[in-house]
Design a protein around this ligand. Structure first.
Ligand code: ADP
Ligand code: MG
Length: 319
C-alpha cells in the first residue's frame, strides 16, 4: 500500500526532541530560547532544476538543504537548535526519503538540531527549511558593523564549488582528482558553526559566502556604508586549484563563485593575534584578504594593485 502523509512523517521525520518543549505531532511546536538569548531564524528553499538536479543522491540533498541553512546561523554567530522541514514531493519514494532523512539527520545530530515540524505535500520536488539558533541577546554578528580600517577575513578556501560547476559546464578543464574534490565541496558544504560563535565579541560584521565573495562582501559594504578592498593574491584556495589560480575561469571562481559556504568577516586590526590563535584552535585556516575603507563597493586588486574585472558578480534569481 502506498505510504500516506502521516505515516511518511512518522517513519522518516518524527524523532524525539532534545531541546524543544514540544516537537512534531501537534499544530505547532513549542520552543523557548534560554534567558538572555535571542532566536536567530532563517529560511532557504531548494528547488529541483534550479538549485539541484533530481538525479543528485538524496543523502547529499538532505545534508546540503540543512547545511545551507545552518550556514546562515553560523554567519550570525548562533548555536543551531531547531529546524522546520517543508517538503513538496512528486511521490512518496521510500528509498529517496530514507536517503534524504539520513543525510539530514546526520548533520542535524552533529550540531544538536531538533527537527520540530514542517509540512509535507505532493508536488514538484521542493525543499524548504527554516533553521533556528540561539545567540546572546544583542551580540549577533550582523552585516552592518564593518568600519573603515577593519581587516577583511575569509575562512577555509574559496572557489572549489564554482570550479566544479564550471568544469561540468565545460568552461574549465580540471585534472580528474581536482574535479572530484571540487564536486565534493559543492555537494557537501560544511557550515562554519564553531567559527561563527567564536567570532562574537571580535568580528565587526560577518556573512556566509553563498553567492561569491565579491557579491557577499558587497552586502557587508552596502549595509556598513564602506568599501571592501581585497587582494586577489591573498584569497585562499585549495591545493588543487592553486596551480591554476591565474587562469581566468579559476580566478572568477575564487573571487565570485558561490556555494562555498565559508564565512567572510571584518575585524579591527587589534584582533589579528586572537584570530590567528582561533584558526589554530578550531583547525580552520583564516586568511586576512583585505581592508575596509571609506567609500562603497568591492574592489579585488591584482598583484600590481590594479582592479580586476570578473563580469557579473554573484547570482540573482531575477537578475
Ligand atoms: P497541520 O495540518 O496542522 O499543518 P500537518 O498534518 O501538516 O499539520 O503535520 C502534522 C505534524 O507533522 C506537524 O507537527 C508538522 O509540523 C509535522 N510535519 C509535517 N511535515 C513534516 C516534515 N516534512 N518534517 C517534519 N515535520 C513535519
Ligand atoms: Mg500542515
Amino acid at each position: 500500500m502506498a505510504l500516506g502523509e502521516f505515516e511518511l512523517i512518522d517513519r522518516f521525520f518524527s524523532r524525539p526532541v532534545r531541546r524543544a518543549a514540544l516537537g512534531i505531532g501537534d499544530d505547532c511546536a513549542l520552543l523557548a530560547p534560554a534567558p538572555g538569548m535571542q532566536l536567530a531564524i532563517s529560511s532557504d528553499m531548494l528547488v529541483d532544476g534550479r538549485h539541484f538536479l533530481s538525479t543528485v543522491a538524496p543523502e547529499r540533498l538532505g545534508h546540503k538543504a540543512l547545511a545551507v541553512n545552518l550556514s546562515d546561523l553560523a554567519a550570525m554567530g548562533a548555536v543551531p537548535r531547531f529546524a522546520l522541514l517543508s517538503l513538496s514531493l512528486p511521490a512518496a519514494d521510500e528509498a529517496w526519503l530514507e536517503g534524504f532523512a539520513s543525510g539530514f539527520f546526520a548533520l542535524a545530530d552533529e550540531h544538536g538540531v531538533d527537527l520540530v515540524g514542517g509540512d509535507t505535500t505532493r508536488g514538484p520536488l521542493n525543499i524548504c527549511i527554516q533553521a533556528m539558533g540561539a545567540v546572546p541577546s544583542g551580540k549577533a554578528l550582523r552585516r552592518d558593523g564593518a568600519r573603515a580600517g577593519d581587516d577583511i577575513w575569509v575562512s577555509g578556501t574559496l572557489g572549489d564549488a564554482a570550479a566544479a560547476v564550471a568544469s561540468r559546464q565545460g568552461l574549465l578543464s580540471l585534472p580528474a582528482e581536482v574535479a572530484r574534490a571540487c564536486q565534493a565541496r559543492l555537494d557537501r558544504p560544511t557550515p562554519r558553526i564553531a567559527l561563527g560563535q567564536a567570532l562574537i565579541g571580535c568580528a565587526s560584521a560577518a556573512i556566509d559566502i553563498s553567492d561569491g565573495l565579491v557579491a557577499d562582501l558587497g552586502h557587508i559594504c552596502e549595509r556598513s556604508s564602506a568599501a571592501g578592498i581585497v587582494d586577489y593574491s591573498a584569497l585562499p584556495c585549495s591545493a588543487g586549484l592553486r596551480p591554476l589560480r591565474h587562469d581566468a575561469a579559476v580566478a572568477r571562481a575564487i573571487a565570485t563563485g558561490g556555494d562555498d559556504y565559508e564565512l567572510c568577516f571584518t575585524a579591527p586590526s587589534r584582533c589579528r593575534g586572537q584570530l590567528e590563535a582561533l584558526a589554530a584552535r578550531i583547525a580552520l585556516p583564516l586568511s586576512r584578504v583585505g581592508r575596509m575603507e571609506e567609500g562603497s563597493g568591492v574592489i579585488v586588486r591584482d598583484e600590481r594593485g590594479q582592479p580586476m574585472a570578473f563580469g557579473k558578480a554573484g547570482f540573482d534569481h531575477f537578475g
